[in-house]
Design a protein around this ligand. Structure first.
Ligand code: SF4
Length: 332
């Protein structure tokens, strides 16, 4: 059976969809394709359950009618029998409907019931995202297992060489970005102090900053404030290259972000720093993760910008504590 999954648009959500993909592939007759934006497609390309990734140029929140019709023609010609629509937007259900996929399954939202052949009632907030995705396939009883990504060692070595990192050195990746907003970002001066502490304890380790083009500013601030040699790769790698570099890293320090979930899925030792969000809801799902969260009276507030103006939830996490947590993670 040819099955299409319309993927979510955020890296963390894509990883939380992996238990559903794993469940679907338990049926050996299933050929599994996933339709994904270019931003998240590289994550799906390193998921062993996915047979085909159909990359699209669709942007978050944009209708792009012409692009949707083009992809719908492609999907129709591929002859899919069933489609699971994971995002809850009206737009995300358009392509399977335009492509006339016979079974179109998703949650009822945004008045899109007419686009789906099976529109299930949305589960409450107490249901985890992985479980909600599994319920679409009638697999609520399947236990959501942690996400796992797999990068061949040769690909990791190739990425190191491409960015001038020594094959023998240990790399510590700093990921200071958080697309959601500054209330999830540990400050640049703290990252810089952490870089100094790491370098002082072992000058042989290579410090790299990973992230998107939006993270170039904070990456530059960290490099400028640090006395240690820090290589800024934020905005210079594709997501696929960043994944390959993380797969070979000794350890990763990040905010609550997509790269945090990627490090967890790759099983790398990591420290995850939480500010305005809640690690009980979206933790890095890895036994090798150390989570630092101050859990102040005001947290979690789930705001993009600190409504109190002081960001104590992140300012109060000391670089020395992060360094100590990093050593615990690296020894795990
Ligand atoms: S209100 Fe509290 S939890 Fe929210 S961003 Fe500010 S310090 Fe952090």
């Amino acid at each position: 059976m040819k099955v299409l999954v319309v993927a979510p648009n955020w890296i963390g959500d894509v990883l939380m969809a992996q238990p559903l993909l794993r469940f679907l592939k338990q049926d050996p007759s299933v050929e599994l394709s996933v339709l994904a934006s270019q931003w998240v497609a590289p994550v799906l390309e390193v998921m062993p359950q996915v047979d085909v990734v159909i990359g699209s140029e669709l942007r978050h929140g944009a209708l792009q009618w012409g692009e949707r019709r083009r992809i719908a023609r492609l999907v129709r010609s591929a002859g899919f029998q069933r489609a699971f629509v994971l995002p809850n937007s009206f737009k995300s259900a358009l392509i399977p409907w335009l492509a006339r996929v016979p079974e179109r399954i998703g949650y009822a939202s945004e008045a899109r019931g007419g686009l789906l052949t099976c529109a299930l009632p949305k589960p409450g907030r107490h249901v985890s995202m992985s479980e909600a995705y599994l319920r679409l396939a009638g697999a609520a009883e399947a236990l959501p297992s942690p996400p796992e990504l797999s990068v061949p060692p040769a690909r990791s070595a190739e990425a190191r060489e491409q960015f001038g990192l020594s094959a023998a050195s240990e790399v510590v990746a700093l990921c200071p970005g958080a697309e959601f907003g500054p209330a999830k970002q540990w400050p640049a001066h703290h990252f810089a102090q952490l870089a100094d502490l790491i370098h002082a304890s072992d000058p042989g380790q290579e410090l790299v900053i990973l992230g998107s083009t939006a993270d170039r500013l904070i990456a530059g601030q960290i490099a400028a404030a640090s006395k240690a040699p820090v290589r800024v790769l934020a905005g210079h790698t594709s997501l696929a290259e960043a994944i390959a570099l993380i797969s070979g890293a000794r350890a990763v320090v990040s905010n609550d972000s997509g790269l945090m979930h990627i490090a967890a899925a790759l099983g790398r030792p990591q420290v995850a720093l939480f500010g305005s969000t809640d690690p009980r809801h979206t933790p890095p799902r890895s036994a090798r993760a150390q989570v630092l969260w101050l859990h102040l009276e005001c947290s979690p507030c789930f705001k993009r910008v600190c409504p109190l103006g002081h960001l104590n939830c992140l300012n109060g996490i000391e670089p020395a504590s992060v360094k100590a947590a990093l050593e615990i993670a690296a020894a795990s």
